[in-house]
Design a binder for this molecule. Structure first.
Ligand SMILES: *[C@@H]1O[C@H](CO)[C@@H](O)[C@H](O)[C@H]1NC(C)=O
Ligand SMILES: *[C@@H]1O[C@H](CO)[C@@H](O)[C@H](O)[C@H]1NC(C)=O
Length: 399
């Protein structure tokens, strides 16, 4: 299990702090953040400690991305887990990701350490099975980046500590112009419809942008990092790791952690010594590092809607509309994304005479409005269950 969670980068498990502001009662130095901000629809995309507009993918030219890839890495520090108690096994999942990749004109790539750097060798049969699925296998000379700064500990928690920086390796594959480096269990939609279309995202990335999503508790979630790979990008990122330091209290390079973006003011959520914390500091937060500033100007980092591109389990409520309307394209740790959708209103529905007459409008007078229909003749009874379906009202009053 531990390894299946490889770089399931949400390392900010809420673990016993049990509630906001509790840090007040502890030593002052445990107060790592001034304020907490819940994940809301208004803070879906973040930059420099603020909620900002998500990148509008409609603004990027169609077809910019020609060479595309979905990449995952595995550190081979433990056995590659073929079984997953909570979801499909690795090969079944890989078959799906490879299918989605093909449909998007992208390669599916797996990066392992070179055999002599594998602590637990990846079985030849597994490699063969992956190759049979069309997965391209590549190898990295390094797991932990060469010349990692002494100010970054190797064992810093999460699944794999600084071994997670193996994700930097494919970011140097300059033969691709757009790449999503995702956790092993990043779970894309697999329909032939729009939901499996990653084209607009790849196109914006291929314009030279670094693109991420926020997580449930943290401002960058490491399960999904989209980059325009190049030797320059990788070398800049590695160079930053040669000099940076990270500290539980002072954050990256002493610049602090910034606001807490989770449901609890949980100091442990802040100790982001690995990929997602590094990416956040380097691309979305640092004002003091010249290297970071240069990278921010060069790669124009932006965020895209996590409710579409990376619905992590902890965002399930915030993203209910997208999940239930079938607009989400990928999930993290959310194995049944539509199981609780029976009572979620269709955010796209409106009564045919007015776009203002949405389900919210219906809810103000359900007795009269549940029979109204949209332009396609679909009535509010079906589209607005929270107001019009008695079972949903009952479930609400029990809650
Ligand atoms: C982008 O171009 C492709 C290939 O020409 C086409 O199939 C697709 O519909 C276009 N997408 C948009 C959003 O225009
Ligand atoms: C809404 O539409 C469904 C399916 O057509 C129908 O069974 C139902 O009676 C309608 N509800 C109302 C309140 O008109």
């Amino acid at each position: 299990m531990r390894a299946w969670a490889l770089c399931c980068a949400l390392s900010c498990v809420v673990d016993g702090w049990g509630g906001r502001r509790r840090s007040n009662k502890h030593h002052a130095e445990e107060v790592l953040t001034e304020e907490f901000r819940p994940a809301t629809r208004k803070t879906r995309c973040l930059a420099f400690d603020r909620g900002v507009d998500c990148l509008d993918l409609g603004t990027c030219a169609n077809g910019t991305a020609r060479r595309r890839a979905f990449v995952s890495v595995f550190d081979a520090y433990v056995e590659l887990p073929l079984e997953n108690r909570k979801g499909p096994g690795l090969l079944e999942h890989e078959a799906k990701v490879a299918r989605v990749a093909r449909r998007n004109g992208a390669d599916r790539i797996f990066v392992f350490p070179v055999p002599e750097k594998q602590k637990v060798p990846v079985a030849a049969a597994t490699i063969a099975a992956l190759e049979d699925l069309g997965v391209k296998i590549r190898y990295s000379e390094h797991v932990v980046p060469p010349k990692l700064s002494a100010g970054i500990m190797v064992e810093s928690g999460g699944c794999c500590g600084a071994r997670e920086f193996l994700k930097l390796e494919p970011m140097g594959y300059g033969e691709y112009d757009a790449m999503i480096v995702a956790d092993l269990d990043y779970d894309p939609e697999d329909g032939a419809d729009l939901c499996a279309d990653f084209g607009p995202l790849f196109d914006c990335v291929a314009e030279g942008r670094v693109v991420t999503t926020r997580g449930p508790e943290v401002p960058v979630n490491g399960a999904f990092l989209a980059v325009p790979p190049s030797e320059l990008l990788r070398s800049r990122l590695r160079a930053a790791l040669e000099t940076a330091r990270v500290d539980y209290r002072a954050g990256w390079n002493g610049e602090g952690w910034g606001l807490c973006w989770g449901p609890n003011n949980n100091p442990h959520a802040h100790f982001q010594a690995r990929m997602q914390g590094f990416f956040h500091w380097f691309f979305y937060r640092s004002r003091l590092s010249a290297a970071a500033k240069d990278a921010q100007a060069r790669w124009r980092p932006a965020q895209v809607d996590p409710c579409v591109w990376n619905v992590q389990k902890g965002l399930a409520d915030v993203c209910a509309r997208e999940r239930c309307a079938g607009r989400a394209r990928a999930y993290g740790h959310l194995h049944h994304p539509r199981e609780d959708c029976a009572c979620v209103d269709d955010a796209d529905w409106n009564e045919h005479r007015s776009t203002a007459h949405t389900c919210e409008h219906v809810a103000k007078d359900p007795d009269r409005r549940c029979g109204s229909v949209d332009a396609a003749g679909r009535n509010a009874s079906l589209a607005c269950p929270s107001a019009c379906d008695a079972r949903c009202a009952a479930a609400r009053s029990e809650a």
